[in-house]
Design a protein around this ligand. Sequence first.
Ligand SMILES: *[C@@H]1O[C@H](CO)[C@@H](O)[C@H](O)[C@H]1NC(C)=O
Ligand SMILES: *[C@@H]1O[C@H](CO)[C@@H](O)[C@H](O)[C@H]1NC(C)=O
Ligand SMILES: *[C@@H]1O[C@H](CO)[C@@H](O)[C@H](O)[C@H]1NC(C)=O
Ligand SMILES: *[C@@H]1O[C@H](CO)[C@@H](O)[C@H](O)[C@H]1NC(C)=O
Length: 797
Amino acid sequence: METPLHKALQKRQVTAIVFLLLLWEAGSATVKYSILEETDRGSLVGNLAKDLGLGLRDLAIRGAQILNKGNKQLLQLEQKSGNLVLKEKLDREELCGSTDPCILYFQVLLKSPVQFIQGEIQLQDVNDHAPEFMEDEILLKILESSHPGTKFPLKIAQDLDVGSNTVQNYTISINSHFHLLTRNHSDGRKYPELVLDKALDREEQAEVRLTLTALDGGTPPKTGTTQVLIMVLDINDNAPEFAQGLYEVQVQENSPVGSLVITVSARDLDTGVHGELSYSLFQSSNQVLRAFEINSDTGEIRIRKLLDFEEIQSYHMEIEASDGGGLSGKCTVVIDVTDVNDNAPDLTMSLLISEIPENSPETVVAIFGISDPDSGENGKMICSIQGQLPFLLKPNGDNFYTLVTEGPLDRESRAEYNITITVTDMGTPRLTTQHTITVQVSDINDNAPAFTQSSYTLFVQENNSPALHIGTISATDSDSGSNAHITYSLLPTHDPQLPLSSLISVNADNGQLFALRSLDYETLQTFEFYVGATDQGSPALSSQALVRVQVLDTNDNAPFVLYPLQNASAPFTELLPRAAEPGYLVTKVVAVDRDSGQNAWLSFQLLKATEPGLFSVWAHNGEVRTSRLLSERDAPKHRLLLLVKDNGDPQRSASVTLQVVVVDGFSQPYLPLPEVAKDPTQDEDLLTLYLVIALASVSSLFLLSVLLFVGVRLCRRARAASVGGCTVPEGHFPGHLVDVSGTGTLSQSYQYEVCLTGGTGTNEFKFLKPVLPNFLNETVYRNNEEHSNFRDHLGFN
Ligand SMILES: *[C@@H]1O[C@H](CO)[C@@H](O)[C@H](O)[C@H]1NC(C)=O
Ligand SMILES: *[C@@H]1O[C@H](CO)[C@@H](O)[C@H](O)[C@H]1NC(C)=O
Ligand SMILES: *[C@@H]1O[C@H](CO)[C@@H](O)[C@H](O)[C@H]1NC(C)=O
Ligand SMILES: *[C@@H]1O[C@H](CO)[C@@H](O)[C@H](O)[C@H]1NC(C)=O
């Protein structure tokens, strides 16, 4: 008789009805399946991939996961097929008891992007339990005086199945006195009622034995039987009668074992044995029998075991009061269990990402479910996080929450968060559960290295030793790890003339800058370049800073005498007319120094002379003049040794040898100054005289130069084609350039830039720069701005 059912199970005929309710506003959908209980482990429940409209790849990429309510894992998702299969055989009676329908809830979690899909499995009952009577024999006492039509309720059979699979019908074995009715209780349970058809006669038949059969609604029905022994009794006038037909009482769950729930009482008008009452639980389910007991003498109903509202909320029981004469009365007791807030909320973490990258928009940190077995307010929960943290709780379906970041986080301002999730129920007293999670913010390379200064100026004494450490650049990076690991480098210079890589090197690790070779102030006074700091993030970030190196001058060049030329084999000879007045300008020594500042500040000194009193040298401009009139006694040939010193430390000098030949009949000086001769002894007058001479000569020089300018221009135009290198700028003749070629003492080929500082006798001949083509180029390099030509001269190529 069980074959068709078994066949059904063996074929694993699993009915799967799928409802896909796409509720995108709520961010969730619902999948519903239906499956028979007792289906084997591994059986297919449904194809989740298909039912969600996702491909297998999507399912894997999105990290689909099944979350079961509570801790029991009932379902499993097969990643390679997308099938939802049973992890174990499900027993409806164990999972749901008498609750019908039996629905198991689960959730499908898609992790990226996060989406919840509610799932329901309705577990359908299989008729796997037969009706069962508590006792093998039911004793029923009936008065012989009972009239036909009198009804006698009988004890019921239990069936663990639900719905139509539970007890549906009762039958009694065929007899001549009774027939059986199947009656309904208010809660749907069926009970048997025996109806007397024909009056009994104790003298004829003292007892009747019948077989009571309970049938459930299965196909075919399962049955359970018990014996009914009917004893026919003598007179007993009154049956016991309860004060109330129905008792209703409420009892709190967790009431202590043994506490009194209610006392039922009946009375019997008879006296003696026929009036002695005893109470008992009649027609009660197993659950009632386990939970309550009745005192047969007093009718007190007490608790046998702790009641749990979460398990059973209401108990129905029928109480029988029997007298000694075999008559009985019945009443119904309904005990409602009331909920007490005895369960703190429970938090189950389904997903926890303990490290989230900074700078990412709303990111899921955790997914968790909360539950509270209590009901009503006691089971209502509020979920919150403590403190002002940049995290949000988002409800996701039925008591599921997603903890997300409010927005991008910045690791540089905070790298770790402790988040305390508090779940509180609304019962009295409130019960609270706390759960703390720690979230680390991982680094993203979002900060470029920053130099401590936007530009650096370094000073190096020229003639440094090669590989000299000249300074250190430094940058910081507020990221961490390799994102903050900085390497320094020289950036390619924009100036193609600057051989940066042979001048400077940088230590990539610590930013130390080295001059690779000895620097020469005279060729390179200053140069600048960019250095870069790059971190090792991906992508790497970098920044740059300007480094300016200034070479400091040292006095490494001796003065160089331009005039008179010193490399000639014989000393240079000047002619001096014997009639020359005192103060006659014999010649002018011209020298330059390639150093700068004090190091190029030249002074002249007469070191040795054949006739010491005859010549004097102006310390500042190198003019050699006679200091007295020449006499016949003076030798015709004089040799002068002059020293040119610079002002550096150590001092450097050059010597000049001059030969002066006194000639007779040479032309008179063009400006005889009578006053000069008057007071040659007084120094002050001499000075004044010199000043006047200087002034006069400058004026005449100027006049002369104007004349010469015109002359030269005319002359140059004529010679322009034949002379290749022109030493004087064509066209405009600058006012500060004096052509001294016509003075008769200086060679035609030199022209000097004369800078005179105004003032008294301490006038300094500050600059005396040749505009010779050869020197022109070199002097130009002293100007920092002009880099263009210097390569040729430094010999870098
Ligand atoms: C109960 O069983 C009897 C005998 O088999 C049958 O006559 C009757 O119709 C059944 N009642 C129900 C409600 O199935
Ligand atoms: C008992 O309930 C069933 C349905 O559950 C109904 O068909 C039947 O008529 C009821 N019988 C009585 C006696 O109320
Ligand atoms: C987080 O909690 C841990 C352990 O209690 C503690 O060591 C850490 O300092 C806390 N971090 C913050 C940011 O409060
Ligand atoms: C002397 O030096 C100058 C400049 O350096 C040069 O032009 C000239 O030819 C040299 N004369 C002799 C004789 O070496």
